[in-house]
Design a protein. Structure first.
Length: 161
């Protein structure tokens, strides 16, 4: 149409955050209650423990168009299920290497610890990741992360002897 202005929105990254129920979700809640300013780019999924995050959830998030995925749990030694966060850490290290082999930049996938009283820390992590992803730009080739391609590789088989 003649005379109509076309406005192009600047790129804004989309981040999916898996927050453990007992610490990190409360930390995020605390950031909100304290009216701390942080970027609105994060969508939250509350899980009971960071150890609950299946690698396939992460692949699916990237396949569905997320630009970054963040997992937050209780600090080491504070997990309410004793060692869920240690399991999350071990899985994270392997998965990040795997994703890096698929061409994913390391900044797009992170694991961190946030306690219930660390709202400010949560806000800082969100701002930091959002700014890093703004610099990186949108994720391209999301279909290479299809969880169905790697399901058999990443899901341990429960064999019947
Ligand atoms: S309950 Fe928070 S990491 Fe396990």
């Amino acid at each position: 149409m003649v005379g109509q202005q076309i406005t192009i929105k600047p790129y804004e990254p989309r981040i999916l955050a898996f927050l453990c129920n007992w610490c990190s979700y409360s930390g995020a809640d605390g950031a909100g209650k304290a009216h701390l300013h942080y970027e609105p780019n994060v969508r939250v999924i509350r899980v009971m423990c960071s150890g609950r995050v299946d690698p396939l959830f992460v692949l699916k998030a990237f396949e569905r168009g997320m630009d970054g995925v963040m997992i937050c749990g209780c600090h080491p030694g504070d997990c309410h299920y004793i060692n869920g966060n240690y399991r999350a850490k071990a899985r994270f290290v392997l998965l990040r290497k795997f994703l890096s082999d698929l061409g994913l930049e390391q900044e797009r996938f992170r694991l961190d610890w946030v306690s219930a009283s660390e709202g400010a820390r949560y806000a800082r992590l969100v701002n930091e990741m959002t700014n890093q992803l703004r610099d990186l730009g949108p994720l391209t080739g999301a279909d290479r992360f299809s969880p169905y391609t790697y399901q058999s590789l990443l899901t341990p088989e429960v064999g019947v002897p």
